[in-house]
Structures are given as structure tokens and as C-alpha cells.
Ligand binder design. Structure first.
Ligand SMILES: [Zn+2]
Length: 96
């Protein structure tokens, strides 16, 4: 079990030469024939061989949210929210 601290690079177990660095990429998944893209998804990317490893908790979170049986639940489908997105810089300025 690889137990690494979030935000810290760790050695790649694929090429054994590079380091896995946390990057935010667009995660692609298919759900019931529908292609779902999740921008800003955390993934560990090797700087040598380019191997990608998604953060386990983030994958759990997204697969829970996109469960095929979600429609059978009495609760409405949760809105697709994108993690790690911060707003503030693009606030519209109000001329006074
Ligand atoms: Zn590698």
C-alpha cells in the first residue's frame, strides 16, 4: 500500500526513475454511454514515463457521484461539482 502525503512527489513505481507529481488534469469517464469530463481532477503524473495515477479518494468520490444506480435512489442526482475550483478573480465589476 502506497501511503503518500498529499502534495508531495513520490517515486514512480512504473519506471522507477521518475517522480510522481500532483497535477490537475481532465478526467474522462464513461457512464451509461455518456462521456463525462471532469476538469481540474487531481492525478499523479510521472515526469519521466508519463504514467498517470489518479488520487484514490478523488476517484472514489467521482465514482460514487456517477454511480449507475444513482437513478434508483430516491434522492435527486447530485449536481456535478468540480473540486478545487476557486472563483474570485473573474468577479464582474459593478460600475457605480
Ligand atoms: Zn515513471
Amino acid at each position: 500500500m502506497a501511503d503518500h502525503v498529499e502534495g508531495t512527489a513520490y517515486p514512480c513505481n512504473h519506471c522507477q526513475a521518475g517522480m510522481m507529481n500532483l497535477r490537475f488534469i481532465t478526467y474522462l469517464t464513461r457512464q451509461g454511454g455518456e462521456l463525462i469530463t471532469v476538469p481540474g481532477f487531481p492525478a499523479w503524473v510521472c515526469d519521466v514515463c508519463g504514467k498517470r495515477e489518479f488520487d484514490g479518494r478523488a476517484v472514489n468520490w467521482i465514482s460514487t457521484m456517477l454511480r449507475p444506480d444513482a437513478g434508483q435512489s430516491p434522492a435527486p442526482r447530485p449536481a456535478r461539482r468540480i473540486p478545487g475550483k476557486k472563483r474570485g478573480a473573474d468577479r464582474p465589476s459593478m460600475p457605480d
